[in-house]
Design a protein around this ligand. Structure first.
Ligand SMILES: Nc1nc2c(ncn2[C@@H]2O[C@H](COP(=O)(O)OP(=O)(O)OP(=O)(O)O)[C@@H](O)[C@H]2O)c(=O)[nH]1
Length: 461
């Protein structure tokens, strides 16, 4: 699904080339695709409509500057708006500004991941914020839930306040609060009873709990896999409680995560954390930018476009192009500068990190690390050569090769390999002529294969 959309968007971006303005006509098809993508990602219809209208408002008449195409500008606007809608820059921390204990109330449907998230938050607060944390369960309807909280709290290294199915949730809450005060806990995390669907009785109960506990954070825990239904659940909880944030769980599942957009739009509160595994360390600050890319199936391709444009020295690229056209040829010095351009763009690992999932999944972190190291070794070898040798590598004889290798701290075979690769590349560069090089510099990732960079798994070099 993701790749189909990416392909469609890339095609539309290309078709829009050479137009100076974004108009209703030239972006209609693109917005239609984005609309479909959002619906397929399970974003609720009213939220989609509203979003598309806002993007249109921002895009129409937007100036298309520099070498960008209207399509690229539009992708940028869509991506930014999507991230902003999900609350870019607001995630990551709990507000604990209260007379201790700061109370955090966890609310949500049964199975949403409240208990797991409670323990994850306890661990987070202990490790990252050095807090003394107490947990308590108000789920008197399911004794197993109380036991579950006891187990995961121990795993998180926090303290658990006992409760039983015979008690009333309000009594449990008061007792836990009292205990937390007396024993100087910084934070009291309150797990509540789950409900399979919105249930008036249980909703009243959580409202009362809220009144007694006066929490500084009331978190709505919602399962990312819930899809379209998430909007109704979110609306009901928003009406019942003054929510302060959202924990979006199970983002490691296959859901495209459209629920994030819906719940954020309906509640108006930030998505503070994302659950990314069943384990207690599977909690992350929610990254709206990244998630926007996930919904559109684009990876962080927009950030990548910006990075590439910012990192590549266009003047230098033009100089290379002119050089090759004039027949001066491509030297090892040029090659060195290409390597440095690559480093300026943040290295291969960083680059791959930002590609859409269908590419980056195939290129593991270890591969990228290896590739980055190889690039650095190549740089070391060329730096150990004299300027003349960089222009005329054919002058490098066996003794010099050994010295160069020693200077770069590598084996002689590596010097030989680099010279051979360079020779092949020179041949290719001659065939490509200047225009090809410029194109290569400009196209995403297209430069790597031709610049003697290691081939990346899953990428067409
Ligand atoms: N993969 C994955 N699984 C999760 C995540 N968060 C929770 N789970 C799993 O989801 C299931 C339900 O989680 P719970 O924490 O028991 O949910 P709950 O909301 O407390 O449910 P009740 O206690 O029944 O109200 C468990 O099997 C968890 O391990 C997550 O971020 N990723």
């Amino acid at each position: 699904m993701a790749s189909a959309l990416t392909e469609k968007l890339s095609r539309l971006v290309k078709e829009l080339r050479g137009q100076a303005r974004i108009t209703e006509d030239n972006v209609a098809e693109m917005l239609r695709e984005v609309r479909l993508a959002l619906l397929e990602a399970d974003v609720a219809l009213p939220v989609v409509r509203d979003f598309i209208a806002r993007v249109k408002g921002k895009a129409l008449g937007a100036e298309v500057v520099g070498s960008l195409t209207p399509g690229q500008v539009l992708v940028g606007i869509i991506h930014k708006e999507l991230a902003a809608t999900m609350g870019a820059g607001t995630a990551g921390e709990l507000n604990l500004a209260a007379q201790p204990p700061a109370v955090v109330l966890m609310a949500g449907l049964q199975g949403a991941g409240k208990t797991t998230s409670t323990a994850k938050l306890a661990r987070h607060l202990i490790e990252k914020r050095k807090k003394k944390v107490l947990t308590v369960s108000g789920d008197v309807y399911r004794p197993a839930a109380i036991e579950q909280l006891k187990t995961v709290t121990a795993q998180a290294g926090a303290e658990w306040f006992p409760s039983t199915a015979q008690q009333k949730p309000l009594d449990i809450a008061r007792a836990a609060l009292d205990y937390a005060r007396k024993h100087h806990f910084d934070v009291l995390l309150v797990d509540t009873a789950g409900r399979l669907a919105i249930d008036a009785v249980l909703m009243d109960e959580i409202k009362e709990l809220h009144a007694v506990l006066n929490p500084v954070e009331t978190l709505f825990v919602v399962d990312a896999m819930q899809g379209q239904d998430a909007i109704n659940t979110a609306r009901a909880f928003k009406e019942a409680l003054p929510l302060t944030g959202i924990v979006l769980t199970k983002l490691d599942g296959d859901a495209r995560g459209g629920a994030a957009l819906s719940v954020r739009a309906v509640t108006g509160v930030p998505i503070k954390f994302a659950g990314v595994s069943e384990k207690l360390d599977g909690l992350e600050a929610f990254d709206a930018e990244r998630h926007a890319g996930r919904i559109l199936g684009m990876g962080d391709i927009v950030a990548l476009v910006e990075q590439v444009t910012a990192g590549v020295d266009v003047a230098q690229a033009q100089k290379f192009a002119a050089k090759i056209k004039s027949g001066e040829g491509f030297t090892l010095q040029d090659f060195l500068e290409q390597i440095r351009q690559m480093k300026k763009m943040g290295g291969l690992a960083n680059f791959i990190d930002k590609l859409p999932a269908q590419f980056s999944a195939k290129a593991g972190a270890a591969d990228m690390d290896r590739a980055d190291k190889e690039v650095r070794r190549k740089e070391g070898i060329i730096c150990s050569m004299t300027p003349t040798e960089r222009r005329k590598p054919e002058l490098i004889k066996a003794t010099r090769k050994r010295r160069i290798a020693a200077g770069a701290g590598v084996q002689v075979q590596e010097v030989n390999r680099l010279l051979k690769e360079f020779e092949q590349m020179q041949g290719m560069m001659k065939k490509m002529k200047g225009g090809g090089l410029m194109k290569m510099m400009k196209q995403l990732g297209g430069g790597m294969g031709g610049m003697g960079m290691p081939k990346l798994p899953g990428m067409r070099g």
